[in-house]
Design a protein around this ligand. Structure first.
Ligand code: BG6
Length: 487
């Protein structure tokens, strides 16, 4: 189990606590990874009590377990595991901006602690300052004080740098755990295993053999109730410098010297810093219009709640990235992400160059397309390849096949909502799967010219339930390439 500590949650009444933190703690308790000396102190500005918060979170666990749309599924809530978590929950009413809240915390917390900022981004800097001023970030010998910060970390390069500077005045970089939930996804970590535990892949994982790379995070959900957050944010800020850059770094970074946090994060930083600032003519933005998804009519973005009727916020973005380093110079990395696309699919596709000469010229070729290695993250964890083989029969003909495996076919599924690893790693002091200040800033630096250079008007729309705007196809067509299918 993790060492004894108190998990102090700012935003204990919020959605993140209910949807992700509690189910993850429950799973960790079930796996025996929480220590006896574990406590939770939930802070929220609404009135509540220890019993009240325990009741609220028990009710949300019950309803989540029955919700097929949530990440957490359980036939029943195991009373022992949930009891372990529930009985350790305490409540403190407090305003996140009030010094009195932090002095109240000093009365309640002793020993090691993890402060989890499950709150809106505007509170991040102030909470860290409140913690620092109250002396809550001082680490006694043999104890730790860590801070987990959620996304979004800044909304451009300047604000991310300012936030880093502000929090680093209060504590050391090693005490900050900046979360990107894509790093909690099993497959994102397994990309490293796939690349670095197999001698056959790494030799061809480079510009001499790779033609291009496509990274897709397609979603079918719309903006839902999050219009207020999404309007000033848009798809580029919401997904690219963070989530898509995690995938990019995992697939393109150099092999680290070890699996240690600093080694891995340094390689990621180097890769992100090698991404050339994205040219405006290498970027496409789009916004979903009304359309049909899974047989149902859905409204356009501008008709969603809390969205302006003339909004120019992008719900889709496609980019071409150039990486200026020895391994990848000249290999385009195409990234795209959007809401209300044809299907939910998060994947990386590495497309290889054709064989050096056309041995099979003159033979009927069904489709001598490039070899592709696909690593799928959602909806299913898996990987596969596309190969050209001989079609059985007397004639020499070449046809196309796919090989694929799903992790679920080989390994028993452990209960996982994605945050278990992150919470456990933070409690045990392993920062490998968290973002260092320079990782965050490198992501923003790459997209910053776009954020400032994009036209404010005239956004291209795409009907909901389609793969995105036409301009995104043109972006690849100009290079003689096309997007791989979404489904
Ligand atoms: C979040 C974004 O960080 O990631 C959402 O704010 C997005 O807009 C989500 O839908 C995607 O994550 P996942 O795990 O559903 O692919």
């Amino acid at each position: 189990p993790a060492p004894p500590c108190t998990l102090v949650i700012f935003g204990a009444g919020g959605d993140l606590t209910k949807r992700l933190l509690m189910p993850s703690l429950y799973n960790l308790a079930g796996a025996g990874l929480l220590p006896e000396g574990f406590r939770i102190l939930g802070i929220d500005h609404n009135d509540n009590s220890d019993d009240g918060l325990r009741r609220d979170l028990t009710a949300s666990m019950e309803s989540l377990s029955k919700d097929p749309g949530s990440e957490f599924h359980a036939d029943r809530i195991d009373p022992t595991s949930w009891g372990f978590v529930r009985d350790r929950i305490h409540f403190l009413k407090g305003d996140f901006e009030d010094a009195a809240t932090f002095s109240a915390i000093t009365q309640k917390v002793s020993g090691s602690a993890v402060f989890y900022l499950a709150v809106a981004a505007r509170f991040f800097g102030g909470i860290v300052e409140g913690l620092g001023r109250a002396g809550l970030l001082k680490q006694a010998e043999g104890e730790f004080r860590r801070v987990v910060i959620e996304k979004p970390f800044g909304n451009d390069l300047a604000s991310a740098e300012a936030l880093n500077a502000r929090i680093l005045e209060q504590a050391d970089e090693s005490q900050f755990y900046r979360i990107d939930h894509f790093l909690g996804k099993e497959t994102v970590q397994s990309i490293m295993a796939l690349r670095f535990a197999n001698g056959m892949l790494e030799p061809v994982w480079r510009r001499e053999y790779v033609d291009s790379v496509q990274i897709t995070a397609g979603e079918t959900v719309g903006v839902e109730e999050r219009g207020g957050f999404y309007e000033p944010t848009g798809a580029l800020r919401d997904m690219v410098p963070n989530h898509l850059f995690q995938l990019l770094c995992m697939v393109a970074m150099e092999p680290p010297n070890s699996f240690g946090a600093e080694a891995v994060r340094s390689e990621k930083a180097k890769l992100a810093q090698a991404v050339k600032p994205i040219r405006p003519d290498h970027a496409v933005r789009g916004q979903y219009a009304a359309g049909t998804l899974e047989g149902a009519a859905v409204p356009g973005y501008r008709d969603e709640p809390h969205v302006a009727g003339d909004s120019n916020t992008e719900t889709y973005v496609a980019l071409k990235l150039d990486i200026d380093n020895w391994r990848w110079a000249g290999v385009p990395f195409y990234l795209r992400t959007g809401k209300r696309m044809t299907s939910r699919r998060t994947e990386i596709a590495v497309l290889f160059k054709p064989p050096p000469f056309r041995l099979f010229e003159g033979t009927p070729v069904e489709s001598l397309a490039p070899n592709v290695m696909r690593i799928t993250i959602d909806p299913e964890h898996g990987a596969g390849t596309e190969l050209n083989v001989k079609v059985p029969g007397p004639q020499m003909r070449v046809g196309r096949v796919q090989t694929a495996f799903r992790y679920a076919d080989f390994f028993a599924n452990t209960p996982n909502v994605g945050y278990e690893t992150l919470l456990y790693d933070c409690m045990t002091g392993d920062a490998t799967l968290f973002q260092r200040a320079d990782n965050i800033e490198a992501g923003w630096a790459a997209v910053d010219p776009l954020l400032r250079g994009w036209p404010q008007a005239g956004i291209e729309t795409y009907p909901a339930g389609t793969p995105g705007p036409k301009a995104a196809d043109d972006l690849l067509a100009r290079d003689g390439r096309h997007w791989l299918g979404l489904d």
